[in-house]
Design a protein around this ligand. Sequence first.
Ligand code: HEM
Length: 252
Amino acid sequence: MCELVGIPYEERASFLAAADAALGALVTLEEGREATHQLRTYMTALLERRRRAPGGDILSSLVRASDRGVTGEESGVDEESVLAFGLSMLVAGYRTTTMFLANAVLALLTEPDRYDRLLGDRALLPTAVDELLRFLPVQNGVTVLQARQDVTVGGRTIRAGEAVLPVLAAANRDERTFPEADRLVLDRQPNPHLAFGRGPHNCIGAHLARAQLSVGLEALLDHFPRLRLTGQPSAWEDHSPVRAPLTLPVTW
Ligand code: HEM
């Protein structure tokens, strides 16, 4: 993700630590604010570096687009948007995938025969990734949605201007759409889960995320074929929209 966006590889550790602190559960509000400030300062300086020495990354392309806007051409991209976009790509793309892998491992090892099945049949990985996303989605809710006009959903009218917070995790266990919704079925098809949201703001990284998750799980299977849980997670990340175990006692 750092490479894609344009964070120099040798700077990734400090960036990722700040991203964890900005969004993580184990910090105070004050520490969170300080980390967010750090991220913005870092990103602003990085944009300037990309302006002077552009590369093939997304930030460089966005800076180019925003500069064309400044010199008169129509670009519609201002500097603040570039900053916000760069930050959201990184934060949305790094923490979700990392945290999801912890959820996936927990779900698979809670029923170890599932882990073993995947071990013996890697062709299951694509459907398994989607099923794991459905079963233990890393994002419980999505951004607050506000109705632009009166709309009726499930027999309830939401008036223009009112807000709703959809709970993706609940939708993903809806028996009307997912038979045996509380079971992890590695070859479930079709699987129209909402782990990546829905509508105009659904996850732009869904395809990349699926590829990352598949590669991550495959590496885990290769390296740790005898992986087993030895207890339950003692701490959860769940104050932000992301929910995942912070510890996972295992043996291999
Ligand atoms: C397991 C991995 C991931 C999950 C579960 C996930 C989930 C989500 C969800 C639920 C949303 C909100 C959708 C909505 O409001 O309707 C979202 C938005 C977004 N995601 Fe992801 N995501 C993942 C990985 C990624 C990756 C790898 C990237 C970057 C390449 C990414 C970039 C974004 C961005 C930029 C948005 C905001 C889109 C917008 O507001 O228009 N995500 N994601």
